[in-house]
Write a protein that binds this ligand. Structure first.
Ligand SMILES: NC(=O)c1ccc[n+]([C@@H]2O[C@H](COP(=O)([O-])OP(=O)(O)OC[C@H]3O[C@@H](n4cnc5c(N)ncnc54)[C@H](OP(=O)(O)O)[C@@H]3O)[C@@H](O)[C@H]2O)c1
Length: 425
């Protein structure tokens, strides 16, 4: 197969994976391409929303008049079990591609991974493809983390000024990043299964946390320029690969349209971590109820942080009536030292990826439970309002190892990976 054809296949798979991410959980966002022997793409597919077709089934569904010789590229090994849809392995066996190229084996214990003799008996050659693995890891990594470690892939994001401050000392809302970053920050929300804020942010900002894009935010988006060479990281770098895709793929008008049209499917859980005894404003509760009505889903999750040694009896901060409109789940209680249980609870709800829009509390809450490849994203801006005299320093400022850096007009997006941070605490 010609190199340029292979490159287009990988690009197509990257774009399909990116589109799928954010609307498939708990399933992984898988991509599939069917090609001719020369590498011409004949059909394509990606994982549909939960309960709907997997990527291979979509690709075959849209394939008209397949030649007897064809190849199937799929980023994750075809499933072997009956779930909400029949096993993809049976479909592949019936379609008999000559070649089956797989990005990753499936760590899901429900899948008989690596049992590929059945394919070979039908004359289907199976191979693991390292380039396909590299292209697809940013999108599959959250699913791998949840299946292997019972916790999502964690990203901590903070917008800071040049001194690393995320907020003025006095309590008020103060946007830091520029309007050119806004579109990408919103697409980031679409790509994550859950977006989280901490106690004071709920009170000060009354945040919506939903995913919303508009023609004007698309028109105003800046042009990101990478400041770090592509060779400067390991072969598999999910964080770097994801950020690169965010900046390259979401630039396409077609991708923007797709996300706008399908805005309901891409909505993340809106997660609120609050303190025991915290008072919620009526306007905040009503806003969240309205968002649920608009998207037709109860997407709020509430976690209450108890004071260490506090009494057993707890007053409810949210009435049962409000909670029944806000969430399908009860409020869960954790102590500040139980960030690991918080992450596990998200995982148990099928959340593969989580974005913490962090002030000080959330960072400290999860810090000791972070793993290699978890990410801190700082967006450093110099927007006028960020020139406050004195501010609160983001505790994750300059933590971890720099993995990627982009200039986006006045803003700098820097991604740091946690590398055994746990051991350095
Ligand atoms: N730039 C950004 O990207 C970004 C992101 C998020 C938020 N923000 C801004 O940050 C500001 C809020 O910052 P923040 O760091 O104060 O917010 P936060 O992380 O949401 O909340 C921190 C507060 O949580 C409370 N807290 C700490 N430990 C606790 C515990 N064990 N149990 C219960 N509550 C506990 C404390 O409140 P008390 O002191 O009252 O006890 C503490 O001040 C807002 O103005 C918001 O706009 C900016």
């Amino acid at each position: 197969m010609r190199q340029e054809n292979l490159r287009s296949i990988y690009e197509e798979l990257r774009s399909l994976s990116f589109s799928a991410m954010g609307r498939t959980s708990p399933n992984p966002p898988v991509a599939a391409c069917i090609t001719s022997s020369e590498g011409k793409i004949l059909s394509r597919g990606n994982t549909q929303i939960t309960g709907k077709n997997h990527a291979e089934r979509e690709a075959y569904l849209h394939a008209a008049d397949l030649p007897s010789y064809h190849q199937l590229f799929v980023s994750l090994e075809p499933c072997t079990h009956q779930g909400k849809t029949p096993p993809c392995r049976d479909l592949v066996l019936s379609q008999k591609p000559q070649q089956l190229q797989i990005g990753w084996k499936d760590p899901n214990p429900l899948v008989h991974s690596g049992d590929w003799d059945v394919y070979r008996k039908e004359g289907i050659t199976v191979s693991l493809d390292p380039n396909l693995a590299r292209v697809s890891i940013p999108f599959l990594f959250g699913f791998f983390q949840r299946i292997r470690y019972d916790r999502p892939w964690v990203w901590i994001k903070s917008a800071v000024n040049e001194r690393g401050e995320y907020s003025p000392s006095e309590e008020r809302r103060a946007p830091v990043s520029s309007k050119e970053s806004e579109y990408y920050l919103q697409i980031l929300r679409a790509k994550f299964d859950a977006v989280v804020v901490g106690p004071k942010t709920i009170t000060v900002d009354e945040p919506s946390l939903d995913f919303r894009i508009s023609e004007s935010s698309f028109a105003e988006k800046g042009n990101p320029v990478s400041l770090v060479s592509d060779e400067a990281s390991s072969f598999f770098s999910p964080g770097k690969g994801f950020l690169k895709s965010l900046f390259e793929i979401s630039l396409e008008k077609e991708i923007f349209e797709k996300h706008k049209e399908d805005i309901v499917s891409y909505q993340p859980y809106r997660v609120f971590v609050y303190g025991e005894g915290q008072v919620f404003s009526r306007s905040f509760i009503d806003k969240q109820i309205r968002l649920n009505e608009m998207y037709g889903k109860k997407l709020c999750l509430f976690f209450r942080i108890r004071k260490e040694g506090s009494s057993v009896f707890l007053e409810k901060e949210i009435s049962d009536t409000d909670l029944s409109l806000l969430s399908d789940f009860p409020v869960e209680d954790f102590f500040p030292s139980q960030g690991d249980l918080f992450l596990r609870s998200l995982s148990s709800k099928g959340i593969n990826t989580v974005l913490l829009e962090a002030g000080s509390f959330l960072f400290h809450f999860v810090r000791n439970h972070l793993m290699e490849e978890d990410c801190i994203l700082t967006v450093t801006g110099s927007r006028q309002e960020s020139l406050w005299k004195e501010g609160k320093l983001f505790p994750g400022w300059k933590e971890g190892k720099e993995t990627a850096k982009y200039k986006l007009n006045e803003d700098t997006w820097q991604l740091n990976n946690f590398v055994s941070l746990k051991n350095s605490v």
